[in-house]
Ligand binder design. Structure first.
Ligand SMILES: [Zn+2]
Length: 206
């Protein structure tokens, strides 16, 4: 059941923008957690005005305004509290058990900031893709603020990323042969990423 794109005409609630998806189940039952055990404490205190002990369900996906399924670690564009368009990585969603909350489904985001030069102009990398810097800052936003999926590519050229060679034994035609492969290894101390302007479902954010 692999569904990378849930664009559908279905009116079911789970396919509507802002709906949480891919819940955590145990023995067929949706599990209940304390918010404080799932999301960053500093971000809860700043963005949620709630108790860390409040109960919620946990989800590893949500539906964007564009009706795409967003999964853990995928790039998104979203609107922050000031109405500013931002880019980040989806880092989990919670649905509060207390239904009286206004925005009861919240999404945690790992924030990226746009890299600018001394004049405040956006810096561009290969193919005129804007450069973004991955931060350690996390914020929590209503799931309805998740606009669309975006594609972020590690800016490998700016530092040493490379390939690792490996040999695996594989069986082919009943014979064991050596299979040579190259795997990309990123130097993640370099936190610069390129915003892929050519990603198919992406309206330009910048
Ligand atoms: Zn790289």
């Amino acid at each position: 059941m692999y569904e990378d794109c849930v664009k559908t005409n279905s009116d079911r609630e789970i396919y509507q923008p802002g709906s949480p998806r891919l819940g955590k189940y145990a023995n067929g039952r949706l599990q209940t957690f304390e918010v404080g055990s799932l999301l960053l404490k500093a971000a809860i205190e700043r963005d949620m005005v709630g108790s860390l002990e409040e109960k919620c369900h946990y989800y590893q996906g949500c539906i964007s305004s564009n009706k795409e399924l967003i999964r853990m670690g995928q790039g998104i564009s979203y609107q922050d509290k000031n109405g500013q368009m931002c880019v980040g990585l989806f880092d989990g969603a919670v649905k509060m058990s207390n239904v009286s909350r206004d925005n009861k489904t919240m999404v945690q985001v790992i924030c990226f900031r746009i890299s600018t030069d001394d004049n405040g102009d956006i810096q561009y990398g290969c193919f005129q893709c804007p450069v973004l810097v991955k931060t350690t800052y996390k914020e929590i936003i209503p799931s309805s603020s998740v606009k669309q999926r975006v594609h972020l590519v590690h800016d490998c050229l700016s530092r040493e990323c490379g390939f690792e060679e490996s040999n695996h034994d594989v069986v082919e035609e009943r014979e064991v042969i050596q299979h040579y492969s190259l795997t990309t290894t990123h130097n993640l101390t370099n936190n610069r990423y390129l915003f892929n302007r050519f990603f198919i479902s992406c309206n330009n954010v910048f």
